[in-house]
Structures are given as structure tokens and as C-alpha cells.
Design a protein around this ligand. Sequence first.
Ligand code: MF3
Ligand code: CO
Length: 254
Amino acid sequence: MIPIKTTKEIEAMREAGKAAALVLKQVAALVRPGVTTQYLDEAAREIMNAIGVESACYNYKTGRRQSFPGYTCISINEEVVHGIPSDKRTVREGDIVSLDVVIRKNRFIADNAKTVLVEPVSKEVRDLCKVTEEALYLGIAQARAGNRVHDISHAIERHIRFSNYGIVDQFVGHGVGRGLHEDPQVPNQGTPGTGALLKAGMTLAIEPMINLGTGHTIVSSDGWTAITRDNKPSAHFEHTVLITDGEPEILTTT
Ligand code: MF3
Ligand code: CO
């Protein structure tokens, strides 16, 4: 069942979205060579405290894994998603750092992510990030009442296929609201005209995860961090979006 948010709930989602975007923006500004992912995570926690929101990552539990120990997910280079912040992981020149920020405010959750370049970054990795972000916006453009979920998926896939990158299929976008992962799943590839019908009031986290090499990933021994199977870099961009009767509304903007 895909929740349709009421006007009041949508207002709360807008507030959550603004806060999530603000935290992501402020943490992204701190990414530079020499900082650890733990430092970035602590900064995120402090920003969340200061604006009165809580992390929806911290202590997040799924069936088979231990609860998530960080306030954000920080995934560097070959790490795709769900990287656990660590004082042993230092950002270096040439890295790409995927920051994933999920906050809860007034019982509603918003989820957003971006990959930050730590210059100088090679052209092939820069292009990977650019194309992944473009794919996100092409997917969002299909998030319209009357379309189907896989119209979003297909728009993402189509853009990525031009570049011969690997599309991650073990992790997907999702509905978001009272829960971090609500129905429907929003894959990053699919057949247009299929999947659930989109209706005004649905809120979706759309999140292409795109790899320079193979789309296959493995989960590392920490139980969370997903890594590309060929150790080539991966990019990740995500917004929480409201389906309306008109244009899609990106909720995770400041
Ligand atoms: N955007 C990520 C996702 O939807 C956020 C994960 S938070 C975590 O999976 F706590 F599950 F890691
Ligand atoms: Co997400």
C-alpha cells in the first residue's frame, strides 16, 4: 500500500525536506582532504541538534543487520551506500564522498544524498557524478500523477545506458514519510508504463546509484557498507519528491 499524504502531512514533509537539505548542504561544505568520516558525521549530528531534528539513520534497524551506528551514511569511492562513519577513514584528494542524510522532524522523514568531489578528481569520475545527477533529475521529471513508478526507473536507466555505466539494482529508491522505507520500491531501471500508478500526495525518495564499472555490489563484513564488486567508484544522488497534480515538487531543497 502506497501512503497518500494529507495536506497537513505534506506540510510536515516539506519541513522535513528543508531540514534534510540544510544538513546535507552544511556537511557537504565540510568535506576536504584530511577530515575523517567520523568528523563529518559528528558535524551532522551537531547540526541536527542545533535545528531540532533527529537522524533517521541512527539506530535504524532492518531484519537481518545490526542497527546502523552512524548519524549519516558516508560512502567513499568504491563504497556505494550505507558507509559507516569511522575515525579510521580519512578523506583524500581525488576521492568522491557520497553523503546520505535522513532526518525526522515532527514524525516525518526526508532522505537526500549527494556525491561530493574532492578535487582534483579524474575526468572519468567527474563525468560519472555528473551523469548520475542528471539521471536523478530526469527520473524526477517523470514523478507525475498518472505516470507509473517504472517511468521514473526507465528515465534514469535510459540516461545511464548512454554511458555504459553499471546501474546498482541491489538497492533502490523508495516511498518515504512516517517510515524511511515505505512502498513503493523505485528501481533505477525498468519498463515504462509498468509499476504502481503515481498519485498526488505520494512522497518518493528517488536515488540512482551508478558505478563506473559493474553494477554488482557486495555488502562488507561490517554488515552495512555496500561496495562495488570490481572496486571501481560509485556515485549517488537522491531527493525526496512530492507527486502533485502538476509539476513534481522536490522537498529536499533549502
Ligand atoms: N538513502 C538511504 C536508503 O534509503 C539511507 C539509509 S539510512 C540507513 O537506504 F540508516 F539505513 F543507513
Ligand atoms: Co533513500
